[in-house]
Write a protein that binds this ligand. Sequence first.
Ligand code: FES
Ligand code: FES
Length: 167
Amino acid sequence: MQSTNTGRAEHLLTVNGEQRRVSLRPADTLLSTLRDELGLTGAKPGCENGDCGACTVLVDGVPMKSCLLLTTEFVDQDPPRSVETVEGLDGADVQRQFLQHWAFQCGYCTSGFLMLVEGLRRQQPEANRDERVDWLRSNICRCTSYAELIHAVEAVLGHERGAPRSS
Ligand code: FES
Ligand code: FES
């Protein structure tokens, strides 16, 4: 860590598999670091209070709300903590299924839901329907496209079990 006279200090943060140098104040949230420091604007500020999930990212493979996390908790670790954002999902199956099932309308919540569903795929690929619905409860879509979201989740987890692709 290298301190500066602005109250900021230089740290290393691992995002989407790359080690990035970031200049932090102690109270910076992970959401603000990703967006303002690294230009990764996929995680969205919604409520900034832990309610909506628009800011969801994966930390060590687990979905977390980045507006509630202090970046300093995740820097300069050995082994490094892994932060993943929607930018790192480019071309992933979850993204294709959201598109195929129209699991979005305005799209503001979509990056958060993509990370949430990717987390479900990794953490609980055998989740039953009730568990899938429960998993989605941590995020809010104001356009109410929940039926399409569930269809996309079923397609993603179906692939995990080797089920045929839905069209
Ligand atoms: S912006 Fe983080 S939960 Fe709403
Ligand atoms: S698609 Fe608009 S808030 Fe979810």
